[in-house]
Design a protein around this ligand. Structure first.
Ligand code: SAM
Length: 263
């Protein structure tokens, strides 16, 4: 793609994601950052990567993750979930006795990026862990991260990665825990909900959704088939607070249960 083509597609993505005012604000912030970043050093790796010898650090804007798919324009960004937040919420979900045993649940990360959340999920005894990623290069990195992770004996359940669009994914049978770290904007969430209505039509109570930074959470809240179980902020460890320059203490997480019904 030419430089002009790339710039145009980034602009289109930004307008779809942030609107005109948001696009202008981000452009201004970038210019200010470029000024103050002259001579600045590359940000250090997250301790998760240092500890486990994997590559999950970094922030990549959605405009830099184009694949040619029609949903590219709704891709928010790549960024790995703060481990302390992930583990807190998943441990709380596991300790809730209102759902079937974790060993019956498939954990599905739609928008798995480099696989950080999948690696952490595989430390729990889910039936299986599945990651779905639209961007081929991120999916490849996730593959090699997971190979190192399972090779070191850290996964206690089967793990697999699919390179495809989230709205084309077929959910496995049985109970599922769907995990979303704000991977895509509302139009894709809408299409995903339509798919869930069909796939889980005969499975009321057998789909829970953990949705971090739930920017399109109102779509689930307005839907008759979903019940909001919990919403709130999730504390980060000191290590994550020091390492994570994107997350903020105000970030929300919401947990929903599919109870059945078409919105
Ligand atoms: C914020 S990152 C989350 C990474 C990972 N889930 C985690 O928690 O560490 C969101 C990811 O969703 C992916 N994504 C965005 N739109 C997608 C789509 N339509 N289908 C599949 N993946 C998508 C992006 O490429 C990006 O890697």
């Amino acid at each position: 793609m030419t430089r002009l083509g790339t710039a145009w597609s980034k602009l289109r993505w930004s307008l779809a994601q942030r609107g005109l005012a948001g696009t202008m604000r981000i452009a201004l912030e970038r210019l200010q950052r470029q000024d103050s970043a002259v001579g600045a050093e590359k940000p250090p790796l997250h301790p998760f990567d240092q500890r486990y010898g994997v590559d999950t650090s970094g922030l990549i804007g959605g405009g830099d993750l184009r694949t040619g798919h029609k949903n590219d324009v709704f891709n928010t960004a790549y960024y790995g979930m703060a481990p302390s937040r992930f583990r807190r919420v998943v441990e709380d979900w596991i300790s809730d006795s209102s759902h079937a045993a974790i060993s019956q649940y498939s954990f599905v990360d739609l928008g798995c990026g480099k696989g950080r959340a999948m690696m952490m999920a595989s430390e729990f005894s889910f039936r299986q862990v599945i990651g779905v990623e639209l961007n081929a290069s991120l999916a490849k990195t996730a593959e090699s991260n997971l190979a190192a992770w399972t090779g070191a004996g850290r996964a206690v359940c089967p793990v697999r990665i699919l390179h495809q669009d989230a709205t084309e994914f077929s959910f496995p049978e049985g109970p599922c825990l769907l995990y979303l770290f704000n991977p895509f904007a509302a139009p894709v969430v809408e299409r995903l909900i339509e798919r869930l209505e069909t796939e889980f039509a005969g499975r009321p109570g057998l789909l829970d959704v953990i949705y971090f930074n739930p920017e399109a959470g109102e779509l689930l809240e307005a839907h008759v088939g979903f019940r909001l179980l919990w919403t709130g902020t999730v504390e980060m460890s000191e290590e994550d607070t020091a390492a994570d320059h994107v997350a903020s203490p105000e970030d929300l997480c919401s947990v929903y249960r599919w109870v059945g019904g078409v919105g």
